[in-house]
Design a protein around this ligand. Structure first.
Ligand code: WTA
Length: 650
C-alpha cells in the first residue's frame, strides 16, 4: 500500500465542495438528503424489501418472482421463480405508449452519416435479427461472440441475443485475433457477429480480417455474420460466412421474447484480473437489469425528454450498462457515436453535443485529460448550454481535470457524477446523486441505495483512519454470478480474501470525515490504461511468448493522458536491444493482445532485479518506470548494478 499511501496525502488537500443548485434538486429523481437516507437505510436493513419493491415497479415480468433473494453471498440468487426478458424490458414495453415513436438510438458514424432508430424501429430490427440467429441454429443458452464497431447493429445484435436467451460475449474492437480466439474458446461460442470494418480517425479498422485469423483457432464457432459498414474488401468463406443484409431479407419480424428465468445468463464480458488469463464475468437477467435500470435513473437523473450520451464503447461494461441496457430500459434516447473524438478535428464531441442538444454526458477521465490538452478553443466554439449533467467513470479523476470539466464543459452549473464501479458489479456502486450530494473533486462520494461498502485492513478489520481495501458487505442484484467455466476462480478472486464475508473489489480507498469515499486505484497487478483494465501478467505472458525474450516484468507508471502507461522490463536471449528490437516487441504485444495493450516503454537489461530468493522486485521497477529515485530497502537485492543499467536504458 505504499503507492496508495502517497495518493492519500495528495487527495487530503482537496476540500472544495460543490452542492447541486436548488433548481437541479427540485427537479431531480432523488431530490433530498432525507429521501436518499431513507432509501439507503432500507437497502441496508431490509434489502429484500428494498430491491423487491423496485423490481415489481420497474421491471416487466411475464411471471412475478417467488422470492427476492435466496442464499448468502457469494451464492445469492435473485428473484427466483420469476420469468423475464431483457430485450422485452428494453423494447416491447415501450411500444404501447408515447415512446413508440421516440428515438431510442441517435447514431452518428465517424464519416458524418447519421441514423435514428425509434423504439418501434429498433424492435423491428431486433426481432428480425433474432429470427436470423434462430435460422443459424442459435438456441437459448448458446454463446455468441460479437466483435463490431460502434454501429446500431451492435446494440441490435445484443438485444437479439437477449431476446432468445443466447448469451452474448462482446469483444472490444481493439483486441487482436488471438484475444478473440481465446474468448471464443473459453465461452465455446457457436457464432461470431462482426462487420467488414469500422472507421477510426478516417482509417478503416479491418474487423473481418481479424476474425478470419481468429477463426483458425476457434473450432466451436460454426458461422460468421458480417455487417457491411465500410464497404472494404472481405473474404467470405462459403457456407460459413453470411452477410447481415442477405440474412435479414429472408426473415420476418415476428419473434416473441423468450420467457426466461430471472437467473438466466444475459452476457459474459471478459475482463483482466491479476493473472494472465482474462475472466469471463457472467451476469444474469433480472438482477442485472434491475441494477442497470435503477442506477441509470438515479445517477443520470433520466427524464423523458433527455438526450443522453455515454461516450464509452459497447465493448466495455460501461457501454453494456449505460448505452444499451440501462438507458433503453428507461425509455431514454441514447446517443451513440462510432469514431474518434478528434476526427475530423478536436471539436467533434462538442459539435455532436450542440447538434443533438445533448443533456447528459458521460465520459472517462482519460478523455477529459485529452480535451484539456487540445485546448479550450475546441469546446468554446460550440453551444454547450443544453448540458445539465456530467459524469465520469473508469479511474480516479484528478481534481484539476474535474475542475476543468466543471468550468469549461459544465459552465459551473452541471453536477458531476464521478461513478465508481466495475465489470463485476454490473452497475454503478458509489456515486453522487446529482440532486442531493455536494460533490468534491476526485471523490466518488457515497454508496448508492442498496450498496453497503466498507474499508477494511488486510485482516478484514474496519479501517478508522487512512486507507484500506474497499469491500462490499452485502450482496446486490447486479453482481456477477460467476467466472464463466471457473466458479472456483470466482470464489478465490472476490471472496476468499475475507473468508466469504465480503466481496473484495481489488481497489484501495479511504473515507473522509464527511463519510465520502476516495478510491485510490488497484491494489493488485491490474493496470488501468485509459480506464481499461489490463493485467501485468497478460502483457508479461505476451512478451515471453516472443522467441527472443528470456524474462519480462511489466509495471504501470503515471501517464499524463492514459492515467497509467505500460512499462516492460525485458531480458533477451540474444542481442542487447536495439530500437528496432524494442519496436518489434511493442508490435508483438500489440498483435497478441491488441492495440490497447501496446507498451509505452520497453527497457532492456541483462537481468531483472531480484531478491536472493528469486522474486522480481516490482516495487523497484515501479520507481524506475516512474523516473523516481528508488525508495525503500534494496538490501535484499541480489545484484545492485542492475538498477543502474535499467535506469540508463530509456
Ligand atoms: C477503476 C469500469 C476511481 C477501479 C466501470 C475499478 C475507478 C476498475 C472509477 C474497474 C472511479 C472505475 N474512480 N476508480 N470513478 N471507476 N474505476 O471493470 O480501479 O473496466 O476497480 O469497469 O476501474 O474497471 P472496469
Amino acid at each position: 500500500m505504499t503507492d496508495a499511501g502517497q495518493n492519500i496525502e495528495s487527495v487530503l488537500q482537496e476540500d472544495r465542495k460543490f452542492p447541486p443548485s436548488s433548481e437541479f434538486s427540485a427537479q431531480a429523481n432523488i431530490s433530498s438528503e432525507q429521501q436518499y437516507l431513507e432509501m439507503w437505510n432500507k437497502g441496508k436493513d431490509d434489502p429484500a424489501g428494498f430491491w423487491g419493491e423496485l423490481a415489481k415497479e420497474n421491471l416487466a415480468w411475464f411471471k412475478e418472482f417467488d422470492s427476492v433473494m435466496d442464499g448468502e453471498m457469494p451464492e445469492t440468487k435473485w428473484f427466483t421463480g420469476g420469468k423475464i426478458n431483457a430485450s422485452y424490458q428494453c423494447l416491447d414495453r415501450h411500444l404501447t405508449g408515447p415512446r413508440k415513436n421516440k428515438a431510442a438510438i441517435i447514431w452518428e458514424g465517424e464519416p458524418g452519416d447519421q441514423r435514428i432508430l425509434t423504439y418501434q424501429q429498433l424492435h423491428h430490427e431486433v426481432c428480425k435479427f433474432a429470427n436470423v440467429l434462430k435460422k443459424l441454429g442459435i438456441e437459448t443458452g448458446d454463446r455468441v461472440t460479437i466483435y463490431m464497431p460502434m454501429v446500431p447493429e451492435l446494440a441490435i445484435a445484443m438485444l437479439a441475443c437477449a431476446r432468445l436467451g443466447a448469451v452474448h460475449s462482446i469483444v472490444f474492437g481493439g483486441f487482436s485475433a488471438d484475444a478473440i480466439a481465446d474468448r471464443n474458446h473459453d465461452a465455446e461460442s457457436k457464432l461470431v457477429i462482426t462487420a467488414d470494418g469500422g472507421w477510426r480517425r478516417g482509417k478503416e479498422i479491418p474487423l473481418k480480417a481479424t476474425v478470419d485469423e481468429a477463426m483458425e483457432k476457434s473450432p466451436t464457432v460454426e458461422n460468421v455474420v458480417v455487417y457491411r459498414r465500410t464497404g472494404g474488401d472481405v473474404n467470405m468463406v462459403p457456407d460459413r460466412d453470411y452477410w447481415w443484409h442477405d440474412l435479414m431479407e429472408d426473415v420476418d419480424a415476428d419473434c416473441p421474447a423468450v420467457e426466461l428465468d430471472s437467473e438466466h445468463p444475459l452476457f459474459i464480458l471478459y475482463t483482466s484480473g491479476s493473472t494472465g488469463k482474462p475472466k469471463g464475468v457472467l451476469h444474469t437477467t433480472a438482477g442485472y437489469m434491475l441494477g442497470a435500470t435503477m442506477t441509470s435513473k438515479w445517477v443520470f437523473d433520466l427524464k423523458e425528454d433527455d438526450t443522453y450520451w455515454c461516450t464509452a464503447d459497447i465493448g466495455w461494461i460501461t457501454g453494456h450498462s449505460y448505452i444499451t441496457y440501462g438507458p433503453l430500459s428507461n425509455g431514454t434516447t441514447s446517443l451513440m457515436y462510432e469514431g474518434a473524438p478528434n476526427w475530423p478535428d478536436e471539436g467533434r464531441f462538442w459539435n455532436i453535443v450542440e447538434k443533438s442538444q445533448v443533456n447528459i454526458f458521460y465520459t472517462a477521465p482519460t478523455a477529459i485529460r485529452a480535451f484539456i490538452k487540445w485546448g479550450d478553443q475546441w469546446p468554446s466554439q460550440y453551444d454547450l448550454s443544453s448540458l445539465r449533467l456530467l459524469g465520469t467513470v473508469g479511474e480516479p479523476i484528478n481534481p484539476e481535470a474535474w475542475m476543468w470539466y466543471h468550468k469549461v464543459i459544465g459552465n459551473e452549473k452541471c453536477p458531476i457524477v464521478d461513478t465508481w464501479w466495475q465489470t463485476e458489479t454490473g452497475g454503478i456502486m458509489l456515486s453522487p446523486l446529482p440532486g442531493v450530494t455536494a460533490t468534491k473533486p476526485g471523490s466518488c462520494t457515497k454508496p448508492l441505495p442498496g450498496v453497503v461498502p466498507a474499508i477494511v485492513t488486510e485482516e478484514g478489520e474496519p479501517v478508522t483512519e487512512g486507507g484500506g481495501l474497499l469491500v462490499m458487505t452485502q450482496p446486490w442484484p447486479h453482481m456477477l454470478r460467476t467466472v464463466y467455466g471457473d466458479h472456483d476462480r470466482f470464489i478465490e478472486t472476490y471472496f476468499s480474501k475475507f473468508d466469504g464475508k465480503y466481496y473484495f473489489a481489488g481497489d484501495g480507498a479511504r473515507i473522509d470525515d464527511d463519510g465520502y469515499y476516495w478510491v485510490m486505484g488497484r491494489v493488485d497487478d491490474v493496470l488501468n490504461v485509459s480506464g481499461h483494465r489490463l493485467s501485468t501478467m497478460e502483457v508479461e505472458s505476451a512478451l515471453v511468448a516472443h522467441d527472443n525474450v528470456a524474462e519480462a516484468a511489466v509495471v504501470g507508471f503515471p501517464h499524463e493522458l492514459k492515467g497509467e502507461g505500460i512499462c516492460c522490463f525485458v531480458t533477451l536471449k540474444s542481442g542487447d536491444g536495439s530500437d528496432e528490437e524494442k519496436e518489434e516487441l511493442k508490435q508483438h504485444v500489440r498483435k497478441q493482445i491488441g492495440a490497447i495493450a501496446t507498451p509505452d516503454k520497453i527497457k532492456i537489461a541483462p537481468a531483472l532485479p531480484k531478491t536472493r530468493s528469486g522474486k522480481i522486485m516490482r516495487r523497484l521497477l515501479r520507481d524506475i518506470a516512474a523516473g523516481r529515485d528508488v525508495s525503500g530497502d534494496v538490501t535484499t537485492l541480489e545484484d545492485n548494478t542492475i538498477l543502474e543499467k535499467l535506469r540508463e536504458d530509456d
